[in-house]
Design a protein around this ligand. Structure first.
Ligand code: FES
Length: 126
């Protein structure tokens, strides 16, 4: 099941945050729904814009963070899963080391309009 089929998935066109609310090289979490069934999105700001992923490690389908808004970032370019230390490149979501090597984070396509990060309708990268 892709994230768009998630019961709490926001509709295309939903504003997620302002680009400038995330410092370059940092991540923010955006949650939709309540409890363990909530959909958690990971937003990463790079110099060229914002990348978004489902905040779920492909190793055991757990969030990458064990505490709200607390992420283990490496050189502001990679993120380490809090549970078993898989490392993912934030530019493309690929796992480069650890128990999920070869797998990747599920991308969420977003675009930027007037400084606002918006959920895209399609699956193409913007
Ligand atoms: S759940 Fe992420 S490395 Fe195991």
């Amino acid at each position: 099941m892709g994230w768009r089929e998630h019961r709490y998935a926001p509709a295309p066109g939903t504003p997620l945050c302002r680009v400038d609310s995330i410092p370059i090289g940092e991540c923010r979490e955006k949650r939709y729904g309540d409890g363990e069934e909530a959909l958690s999105l990971l937003l990463y700001r790079c110099p060229l814009g914002v990348q978004a992923y489902v905040n779920k490690c492909p190793h055991f389908s757990l969030p990458l963070n064990s505490r709200p808004e607390t992420f283990f970032l490496l050189a502001r370019e990679e993120i380490m899963c809090a549970w078993h230390c898989a490392i993912f490149r934030l530019q493309d979501g690929k796992c480069t080391a650890g128990p999920a090597k070869g797998l990747g984070l599920e991308r969420v396509t977003v675009s930027t309009v007037d400084g606002q990060v918006i959920l895209s309708a399609g699956d193409d990268c913007v």
